[in-house]
Design a protein around this ligand. Structure first.
Ligand code: 5GP
Ligand code: ZN
Length: 116
């Protein structure tokens, strides 16, 4: 997936503001934040979406969620946050590399976001 936007970000070919990385996941600030805290957690290995993920992807899917709480707290959202994974056409996913939006901030995020 050499021409995938988020694969290029993972490889450092497109700059991003890194939040965290380990051997499985990469986290970086969303370029167009919807709330004071808004970053994305992606698998380093290309997975198109939750619709195409399978049993073999369970470890990295778990890791994406397992690190979310600590990273959200570090980024300024210690009292909770929202996780959004837009999936496919119906989920209005724009970038076809699986990503979890972590959205929060000091204040409640409000009603379900219309579009993130
Ligand atoms: P989706 O609609 O696919 O769930 O979300 C894609 C997200 O990626 C959007 O929130 C958008 O702002 C973000 N995004 C798109 N291109 C870039 C980029 O080049 N850099 C960063 N950091 N975020 C991006
Ligand atoms: Zn990719």
């Amino acid at each position: 997936m050499s021409d995938c936007l988020f694969c290029k970000i993972v490889r450092g070919e497109i700059p991003s503001r890194k939040v965290y990385e380990d051997e499985q996941v990469y986290a970086f600030h969303d370029i167009n934040p919807a709330r004071p805290v808004h970053f994305l957690i992606v698998p380093k290995q290309h997975i198109t979406s939750l619709a195409t993920a399978g049993e073999a992807d369970a470890p990295v899917l778990g890791r994406m969620l397992a690190v979310a709480g600590r990273l959200a707290a570090e980024q300024g959202s210690p009292d909770g946050f929202r996780v959004i994974i837009n999936t496919g056409r119906v989920g209005q996913q724009e970038v076809e590399h699986l990503h979890a939006h972590i959205v929060g901030g000091p204040d409640p995020v409000g009603p379900m976001l219309k579009r993130i």
